[in-house]
Structures are given as C-alpha cells and as structure tokens.
Design a binder for this molecule. Structure first.
Ligand SMILES: [Zn+2]
Length: 119
C-alpha cells in the first residue's frame, strides 16, 4: 500500500507548523547559534524516533527478524550479512512491528527503494 500523502491544503498546514516550530527554536535559543543547533538536533532526533523507534528497539527487532528468517534475505535468498541489513516495512504507516517488517540485505533495500520511487 502506498504511503498516505498530504493534500495541498495539508501541506500548507504542515508549513505553518514548521514555521511555528522554527520560530520557537529561535526564541528558545535567543540568538545563540550553538544552542539553536542543539535544540534543533534534539527535536529532529525525537521526531525521527516517533517515526522509526529508538535504536535499541530497532536492534531487538532486527535480531528477532534475523532469527525468524534463519539469517536469509527473503528477497534474494542470500545469507544476510552481519551489518547493513535493513528493516523493510510492508506498510510504512504501520511502523516497525514484527508483523509489518522483514529484514533484507542492502542490495535488495536499494532495489526496493528504487521500485517505490524513493531513490
Ligand atoms: Zn537480498
């Protein structure tokens, strides 16, 4: 299923929200560029975790999927390498759950991103 897209009206609302967040970050940092950087990075990181879960949760899920798949990439049937494997969601909005993910190799991830038009 393709990811939900924002309508033009919703994009305008998102831009208003983003402008508001940027203004609040400027106000919080009171002209201190290092503080602005730190606040912006913190907000960015936390929003990323909302979308992708925290690194520890993802590591645990990867280990679970690796075990379930007996160390094999379900796309190409090659053994998964220890590093650079990717949790692939069947439906992005459903998040990183055992039911909604599979662990795939980097080459298959790139091919999947290209076929979905993301790369
Ligand atoms: Zn593969």
């Amino acid at each position: 299923m393709p990811n939900r897209r924002l309508t033009p009206e919703e994009i305008v609302k998102a831009r208003v929200l983003l402008d508001s967040i940027r203004a609040q970050l400027e106000e919080l940092s009171a002209g201190d560029p290092d503080l602005l950087f730190a606040y912006r990075r913190k907000v960015y990181k936390e929003l990323t975790y909302d979308e992708r879960d925290k690194p520890m949760v993802r590591r645990q899920l990867k280990a679970l999927k690796r075990g379930e798949q007996k160390g094999i990439c379900p796309c190409c049937q090659n053994p998964l390498t220890e590093k650079y494997c990717v949790l692939d969601r069947f439906e992005a909005a459903k998040g990183y759950t055992p039911e909604n993910t599979r662990l795939i190799c980097q080459a298959c991830d790139v091919a999947s991103q290209v076929s979905k038009g993301y790369a």
